[in-house]
Design a protein around this ligand. Structure first.
Ligand code: ZN
Ligand code: ZN
Length: 130
């Protein structure tokens, strides 16, 4: 009887030591990897371009002639913002038709660029020699 109690006690002690050992191991392991990739994994290869509006040259408005003299008018291409931040996904390039603004000028107004569908970027053209 006493022997059985001893064995149970020893097993319990061993389990406890093992538990403590693994516990301290966990504490030791946790700070070791510095976790270097938290966020930038989501959008790999995106190219960000800051585009200045070519119509208003970044001012957001243009001057136009009116009967009472020159007056300001909100730029229609950039909607008064003066420019645009274009995020180009990997494998794409800035649209050569609209320079990335997604709209082109017709005789009277701006319309959605047909080449890029207003996104401002198109699929990268074929690269020779690669
Ligand atoms: Zn503009
Ligand atoms: Zn375009």
């Amino acid at each position: 009887m006493t022997r059985a109690i001893w064995i149970v006690g020893l097993i319990g002690l061993a389990a406890m030591i093992l538990f403590l050992a693994t516990d301290t191991d966990d504490d030791k392991d946790e700070p070791a990897p510095p976790t270097p990739l938290p966020l930038p994994e989501r959008k790999p290869g995106f190219t960000v371009e800051n585009l200045q509006c070519p119509v208003c040259e970044g001012y957001g408005y243009i001057m136009e002639e009116a009967r009472t003299g020159a007056r300001r008018r909100i730029c229609q291409l950039c909607a008064g913002k003066g420019g645009k931040v274009l995020r180009i996904p990997p494998g794409n390039v800035r649209c050569p038709n609209c320079q990335g603004f997604g709209r082109t000028r017709t005789a009277k107004r701006y319309v959605v660029c047909l080449r890029c569908g207003g996104r401002g970027y198109v699929k990268q053209p074929f690269q020779p020699g690669e």
